[in-house]
Design a protein around this ligand. Structure first.
Ligand SMILES: [Zn+2]
Length: 474
């Protein structure tokens, strides 16, 4: 296995603008920042369809439960909530209903509520063109859908509201520290230039036609650690890393590698420690090293990341002067357009999805065309959220499976030393590739609803909000 000692040694790159590292013995001055955290089990019934691949997959059990985890922050009159869910994506219906009702219940402005999916491929399939297709087939055959014994989306909304309410009720004065470290050896760009001049995603390990990767990775591990006011107890960590959560497969519900990361960190931080995993921009990043036959397991990835975070904790910078603020904006991005003939063809081709009767990318194309019809309209509203914690720390939320280059571009221009960028927030409109990738083609651009340039529009919006918040005194 190529997972050698040298790349197990991640190196720390933490720059503290204050000169005081976050040590347990160091008592910080109490700030007026309060934080509450809570978790709620959102595991669907066994037998419900699972999401992640292009065939019907029914769950047969639970490897580890799926959770929605919430962190609510308050400083003065400003409040914000971030909710992370162990699932592939958040439907616009679920996020819309949750944000509206959670806001009405708690008083937190809907615009200040971020709901993200971790992108676990071992969670429920509860919305979208593929769910609708399988659901319609089941209803046609049985008169009802035997795999949807509950209204899961509505139950999910209820639990997401509950988790925000509980997090708010658990609000307490805290110490916060933030920073970033690096993790190498776990994440790989999955698009490659091939000898025939094409760009291919996942070309297979040891494929002799691979020339070189078509893009970078982002080795940053962004860390936000929350301790109680005394500094004795670590309550939670919001961790941000760009690596697709598709390391398990199978038919058991599972939260993927963040589960193992949380287990690892609990050994040193205590059994009550809660890991809130914010998936970074990893649309083109996965855990497959094409130069190596051995596949990294979920457990190895989670433990390694846990160790890396643990090693970085003593170097984190305390947030001594919090200045909580939030901004959001809607970017209207053009949707891809298809002729009535193409749409009709897709309606027929969807019956071949998951079979061997049609090449894979044609199946994806049919699914994508129906997914665009499901949404309707000629543009898609994509929301960009930015939360400022202090003059040095900000969190960006983007919808969709965002290419790593776009996240790196935001970090490049962000005026905040630590910028966490979480993808799949509030909506799951497929992949958000770069202009370069649209020109190159392959799976992610076929499985994308937006037109070329939409990703760069999100980068511009995020950069603008970050700069506004850096300059603003609110
Ligand atoms: Zn994915």
């Amino acid at each position: 296995m190529r997972y050698s000692m040298s790349n197990q040694l991640s190196f720390l790159l933490i720059v503290c603008s204050t000169m005081f590292p976050f040590q347990a013995e160091q008592m910080l001055q109490a700030s007026d920042l309060s934080v509450g955290i809570a978790a709620k089990d959102i595991t669907p019934p066994v037998g419900y369809r699972m999401s992640g691949y292009f065939h019907e997959r029914l769950s047969t059990g639970v490897l580890n439960p799926l959770y929605a985890k919430a962190i609510v922050l308050q400083q003065g009159d400003t409040r914000a909530a971030i909710i992370l869910c162990d699932m592939i994506g958040i439907s616009p219906d679920v996020s819309g209903r949750t944000r509206q009702q959670a806001s009405a219940t708690t008083g937190i402005p809907a615009a200040n509520i971020l709901i993200a999916a971790t992108h676990s491929h071992t969670g429920p399939l509860y919305f979208g063109a593929l769910r609708n297709h399988f659901h319609n087939l089941a209803v046609a055959e049985h008169g009802h859908d035997p795999h949807e014994t509950t209204d899961y989306p509505s139950e999910l909304v209820a639990r997401l509201i509950q988790v925000v309410v509980e997090a708010q009720a658990a609000m307490q004065p805290v110490q916060i520290a933030a920073g970033k470290t690096h993790q190498n050896g776990l994440s790989f760009n999955r698009r490659f230039h091939m000898k025939d001049g094409s760009v291919r995603f996942n070309p297979g390990v040891l494929n002799p036609d691979i020339v070189r990767p078509a893009g970078p990775i982002d080795p940053d591990v962004g860390i936000l650690l929350v301790r109680d006011a005394s500094g004795d107890r670590t309550l939670a960590g919001l961790i941000n890393f760009a690596l697709h959560l598709d390391t398990i497969g199978g038919t058991l519900y599972a939260a993927d590698y963040p589960f193992h990361m949380e287990q690892y960190l609990r050994q040193s931080l205590g059994q009550d420690f809660m890991l809130l995993f914010g998936t970074g921009t990893c649309g083109d990043i996965n855990h497959i090293d094409v130069a190596c036959k051995d596949r990294l397991t979920s457990e190895v990835i989670g433990s390694k990341l846990g160790e890396t975070v643990q090693n970085a904790i003593p170097q984190l910078c305390p947030v001594t002067q919090p200045s909580l603020a939030a901004r959001s904006t809607i970017v209207r991005v053009p949707l891809q357009q298809f002729s009535p003939q193409q749409i009709e063809q897709a309606r027929q081709d969807i019956f071949k999805v998951g079979s061997s009767q049609m090449p894979f990318l044609q199946q994806v194309e049919a699914y994508k065309i129906l997914a665009i019809q499901w949404r309707g309209g000629t543009t898609i509203p994509l929301e960009v959220q930015v939360f400022r914690l202090s003059d040095d720390v900000a969190i960006v939320g983007l919808p969709g499976e965002v290419f790593v280059e776009l996240g790196l571009a935001i970090k490049e221009v962000s005026p905040f030393e630590t910028t966490l960028i979480i993808e799949l927030c509030n909506d799951a409109p497929g992949y958000i590739p770069t202009r370069k990738a649209f020109a190159e083609g392959s799976y992610e651009t076929v499985n994308s609803r937006i037109t070329s340039g939409g990703g760069e529009q999100l980068v511009e919006a995020a950069a603008r909000l970050l700069k506004e918040l850096k300059a603003a005194d609110e």
